[in-house]
Design a protein around this ligand. Structure first.
Ligand SMILES: [Cu+2]
Length: 177
């Protein structure tokens, strides 16, 4: 990996938290049926945009790699801090960028990495039940068409920190938005 310095270190921390999240998942009997398929998905860089008091919606970003030889789809998002969550994309509507829910979920081909980031694909958290402060950790549950369910920990970041992190990311141009 060509990721150096502090960002690389932070990425490792976030990834460790993902592993911890999966460990929590594995320890839940009700989720055992999904545990095996979860191992085919690597979920990293989970972060949530910080909010100011009174804000009712915010975005989340994540990198998902499908390590299996079968296509999968991210079809559901849940978080305890939001009444509702969805997968959104940005569309150009006559020169005005608007966000819209993805119909039918987000396809992740076999062996493919999909990166959700500001300005493109994102997780949309609506009906926020609390203010999200930078540094806070929150569980986010991602549901896939294969039946895999990944409960991962995301860190809340200031919008400026989300951008700076993106610039050093390993790019897969074909699939980035
Ligand atoms: Cu949105």
């Amino acid at each position: 990996m060509a990721i150096g310095g502090r960002v690389g270190f932070m990425k490792r921390i976030v990834f460790m938290r993902v592993l911890i999240g999966l460990a929590v998942l594995l320890s839940l009997p009700a989720a055992l049926a999904n545990a095996a398929s979860s191992q085919n998905l690597e979920i990293s860089d989970v972060h949530i945009r910080a909010t100011a008091p009174g804000m009712t919606a915010t975005g989340g970003y994540v990198t998902i790699t499908n390590m299996s030889d079968k296509a999968d789809r991210l079809i559901g998002v849940k978080a305890s801090f939001a009444a509702m969550a969805d997968i959104h994309n940005m569309i150009n509507d006559d020169g005005v960028m608007k966000m819209r829910a993805l119909e039918g979920g987000l396809p992740i081909g076999a062996g493919q990495t999909v990166t959700l980031k500001p300005g493109g694909l994102h997780l949309m958290f609506m009906g926020l039940t609390s203010t999200l402060a930078p540094g806070d950790m929150h569980a986010v549950t991602l549901e896939f068409a294969s039946g895999a369910v990944a409960r991962v920990m995301g860190v809340v970041r200031r919008p400026a920190d989300i951008h700076s992190s993106d610039d050093t990311h390993k790019h897969d141009k074909k699939h980035d938005n």
